[in-house]
Structure formats: C-alpha cells, structure tokens
Design a protein. Structure first.
Ligand SMILES: [Mn+2]
Length: 357
C-alpha cells in the first residue's frame, strides 16, 4: 500500500475524542459509505455527525454548511467538492479544518486536503469501484469492522458494481451465513439498496426519515427489520420494467425510453433494462416542468457515455456527465428533440472512432 493509504489510516486513527463531520452523497453508495464511516469513527472513540443534502444541486453550499456545527475534522464522501464553486464555499465555512475526501468520481488535486481515490490507491478506474467499498477497506484496515461489510455490499449494488466484486460479495454472504444468490439483487443485503432507492424516488422527506432509522442499525438483520416504508414505489417500478422495451423507440444506436411516473424511477428502470439487454444503449428520459432529465446506461459500452453527454448538453441549455457505462444529464424545455438528434450523431461518431485501430 502506498503512503496515501497510510495517511488516510492515520487520519481515521487521529479522530479519537474529536468531533468529525461526515458529509456524504444521498444515493445508496453515498449513504451506506457514510454509515460505515460513522460506525467506525464511533468505535475509534470519535464523535461522528453525518449529514447529506437531498434534491438537485450541490451540498457544499454556504446555506447547507451554515447549519453544521464547528468540528475538529471533516470527511466528504462520494462527491466531487471541486465541481462548481463548492470547495470555495466549504473553505469559507471551515477555513482550516482538516479534511479527507473519499471518492471514486473525478481524480482531483487538493493542496489542503487528503484526497483518496481507488485509482490512486488500487490503480482501479473509478467507475469500477464505489465509495462504500473504498471506505469499508479503509475502515477495516484500521479496526476490524467485518460486521459492517453488508453496508459496503449494498453500496456496491447501488452503484451497479457487482461484476467487479464477486469475491467480496460472496464473503459477505458467508459472514452473514446466507446463501449466495444467482442474482445479487436477490441477496438479503440488496433489500437495503432497494429501500433507499424506493424512499429516494418517493420524496426527499421519506429518504431522510429512512436514513435516520438506518443509522441506528449496525446489523443487517436489524436493518431488514425496519422494512420498506415505500414499497409502493417498487411496485410501480416493477410494472415499468415488465413493460420494458415495448415503450421504447430505437433510433440509430440509441434506445429511447420514456418514463413518466410521479416517482423518480427513470434512472433505476433504465439501469435494470440495461442489465437485461447488455449490448444496447438505453436513454431513459422524463419530461419535467422546466426541461427533460436523461439517464444513459450501456453495460457493454465501448464508448464513454459521461464524456459524450457532457459535450452535447450545453448546446441545449443543459448539463451532463458521469461514468463510462452510466451517465446522466438535463436539457432545457423545448430542446429535447434537437438533443436526441445531436446525441445520436455524437454516439455514432464516437463508435466510428473506436472501430479505427
Ligand atoms: Mn458512488
């Protein structure tokens, strides 16, 4: 292991008797990673406080940070603080507070923070890793916390990274004394990922309520006993997936999939269908009041979807980005059809380029 990893271990070990603010993302990976951190910090004798901000927009704003107490250290996870002007706002609120960032998105440089990324530690590209697993590895290297591995397993499923962590997921099953399922999404710990996704798709309030309850559970059994307060969202998702590609239209290399639900299930439905048809590029979309949100998924993709949507969306009053096989974006009202055309063309061009030696 390199010195970065040792510095990260030292950061955790130095938290004894200190108050540590953990700012985590609000998806499955962000939440489960944040909870592994919180439980481990408590075991190390620290006083952890966790916070996340739900909804569209950045969490490291003056407004959100203004509600947080003064602390001895901060850990930010599963988000890239240097996007937009978040980092300036963070340092305005916490000018000198020691900061560690545990993330698998863009590799970013900091001269006043410890930045830990799978690419820098394990030489693994970010999209093949996830924050919850990175955090678990770090925590478990400082203090035995195998009893929390179910949280990392749920995070892995949340970021659709099961193919990269077969062995680890099998170890989690063994530890929990549960059978290894044929499909990881039938595993017991998948219930936690599913419940977070259901609550998140229902509303911000439902999600925060569930996270508060999940925080109190350090065992998988206890977490499962909480139940799923938003089972109705899962029922609607299942209906959508069953309809599947009958709703979609294929244009060139892109399968366009309209998802009109009162719940935010477009990305989720698109992910499931993309695993059922691994060689197809799915673009799930949902029209909203001021524009259209787009979710791209292609499991066996030869091209970088995040790069393409980042390039194309600004021409249509939007923005976008993400990983190679999974990305997303937004285009302004009235621009969707032009965007469809431009995106299809950009994909075709990128495909042509990959064919050349
Ligand atoms: Mn993540």
């Amino acid at each position: 292991m390199n010195t970065l990893w040792q510095d990260a271990q030292a950061f955790l070990e130095n938290t004894k008797n200190k108050t540590v603010l953990v700012i985590h993302d609000y998806d499955v990976d962000g939440i489960t990673g944040g909870l592994v951190l919180a439980h481990t910090l408590r075991r190390l004798g620290a006083k952890p406080i966790t916070t996340t901000k739900v909804g569209r927009g950045a969490s490291l704003t003056t407004e959100h940070l203004g509600h947080q107490p003064d602390v001895d250290a901060v850990i930010i996870t599963d988000q890239c603080p240097k996007s937009y002007d978040q980092y300036t706002q963070f340092r305005t609120r916490y000018p000198k507070t020691p900061l560690m960032i545990l993330d698998h998105h863009k590799v970013t440089e900091y001269d006043d923070a410890l930045f830990v990324h799978p690419e820098l530690v394990f030489d693994t590209p970010g999209y093949k890793y996830c924050s919850a697993k990175l955090i678990y590895e770090l925590c478990n290297s400082v203090r035995d916390c195998e009893d929390l591995s179910w949280l990392a397993a749920a995070g892995i499923l949340g970021d659709a990274n099961a193919p990269h962590f077969q062995e680890f997921l099998e170890e989690v099953c063994e530890y929990q004394d549960i059978e290894i399922p044929e499909d990881w999404y039938d595993a017991k710990f998948a219930v936690i990922a599913e419940t977070i996704d259901c609550c998140s798709a229902a509303s911000d309030e439902e999600l925060l309520l569930y996270v508060d309850k999940l925080k109190t559970q350090e065992t998988l059994k206890g977490a499962i006993a909480l139940g799923n307060p938003c089972q109705h969202v899962k029922d609607e998702l299942d209906k959508y997936v069953a309809l599947g590609t009958t709703l979609a239209t294929q244009e060139g290399p892109v399968v366009w999939l309209p998802v009109e639900s009162e719940y935010g299930i477009a990305g989720w439905a698109t992910t499931i269908l993309s695993f059922q048809h691994r060689n197809r590029l799915f673009a799930g979309y949902r029209h909203q009041v001021d524009g259209t949100s787009i979710n791209l998924r292609w499991q066996n993709t030869p091209i970088h979807l995040g790069d393409i949507i980042r390039e194309v969306t600004p021409q249509f009053n939007g923005r976008g980005g993400g990983h190679k096989p999974a990305a997303g974006g937004w285009v302004g009202k009235g621009h969707f059809e032009e965007f469809q055309e431009a995106f299809s063309k950009a994909v075709q061009d990128a495909l042509k380029n990959t064919e050349q030696p």
